[in-house]
Design a protein around this ligand. Structure first.
Ligand code: CO
Length: 335
């Protein structure tokens, strides 16, 4: 329950709508995701005929979601797609209507309580013109921003098309959440124990941030760009000293990046999903207290189980906690 009057906004939570098998088959009968609901409480995300992940009703039932928000003392929650829904590998003729359908589903979920439930759109990054148009359409129907994966195919955040998309979002005041997905390492080396989530995901996020910094992209992107990286920016904060040292000592790292890597931390935000007080303190120290926002990864098991607990029980001043719990998110998303 809430312990004080500070409002709480969770900026990183996922939904998965009741996609039917027939709907998924229109994208890809073998691999597109859909929801098999066993009873009203439990379900399975399926890809084709294969179980992908066991899930429960908070993912698709907004009333359940609101009840759990009440229990956790969360006032507003920003939902985004579960990355398996992205569809970046398909021809645009299939991927655009798919993204639009997912975005319409998201708005339908929010309609249950539009004040408390907000959502970020997904866009077909494989066709940047279509991605820009869908980002704008999504904004016009009520999405408050866009979630993108940290890469599409072999293209990273410094890809020219990606920068075109980021510039479009900056010009239309569309905030972005970057989520790691399609993790590096493959089945051979990341074979079990959820290693893709524990090792590769933080590295994917680090790759996304460093792609923007070391390519010099931040020199060309407008300062008005609002971009946030999930999971506390992955490995970024802990390894920033290593990157700065490398930049000082090796000219090949300075080649495209004119300024010390750590000087770019004021160009992006991160969420607070780091699960350890010491990590949160380092993160706030590295990023600055105005650039960290509560994000839980709800309702998945690898998310913060008591949303906001890490921040609420931190040693920060009440003013800093207020910023982390809601003030920074309010400014970032304009809500
Ligand atoms: Co997530």
């Amino acid at each position: 329950m809430k312990q004080d009057a500070t409002s709480v906004i969770d900026i990183h939570s996922h939904f998965f709508p009741p996609i039917t098998q027939a709907e998924a088959a229109s994208l890809d009968p073998e691999r597109a995701p859909w929801l098999q609901v066993g009873d009203n409480e439990h379900g399975m995300i399926m890809t084709g005929n294969k179980p992908f992940r066991p899930v429960y009703s908070a993912l698709w039932d907004p009333a359940r979601r609101i009840a759990e928000m009440d229990e956790a003392g969360v006032d507003q929650q920003i939902m985004c797609a579960t990355p398996v829904m992205f569809g970046y590998n398909y021809p645009i003729a299939l991927a655009l209507p798919w993204a639009q359908r997912m975005n319409d589903y998201a708005i339908e979920l929010c309609a249950h309580d539009p004040q408390r439930l907000k959502t970020l759109a997904q866009v077909p990054l494989q066709d940047i013109e279509a991605a820009c148009r869908e980002a704008s359409r999504a904004k016009s129907i009520g999405h408050i921003g866009v979630q993108i994966g940290n890469h599409f195919g072999n293209k990273d955040m410094d890809d020219a098309d990606m920068l075109t998309f980021l510039t479009h979002c900056a010009s239309e005041d569309i905030p972005l959440l970057v989520h790691p997905w399609d993790m590096m390492g493959g089945d051979q080396r990341m074979k079990k124990w959820m290693l893709p989530w524990l090792v590769a995901m933080p590295a994917e996020t680090q790759l996304g941030i460093l792609s923007l910094i070391l390519s010099g992209a931040f020199e060309r992107l407008p300062r008005s760009l609002k971009i946030c990286f999930a999971h506390g920016g992955g490995s970024f904060a802990f390894l920033l000293g290593r990157v700065d040292n490398a930049w000082r000592e090796r000219d090949i790292i300075r080649e495209d990046c004119p300024n010390l890597p750590s000087s770019y931390v004021d160009r992006f935000f991160v969420d607070s999903a780091v699960f350890d007080t010491r990590a949160l303190e380092l993160l706030v120290d590295v990023m600055g207290e105005e650039r960290v926002m509560l994000g839980s990864d709800y309702p998945y098991p690898l998310g913060e189980q008591q949303v906001g607990k890490l921040i609420r029980e931190s040693r920060f001043s009440s003013q800093t906690r207020e910023g982390l719990l809601s003030g920074n998110a309010r400014r970032f998303f304009g809500i």
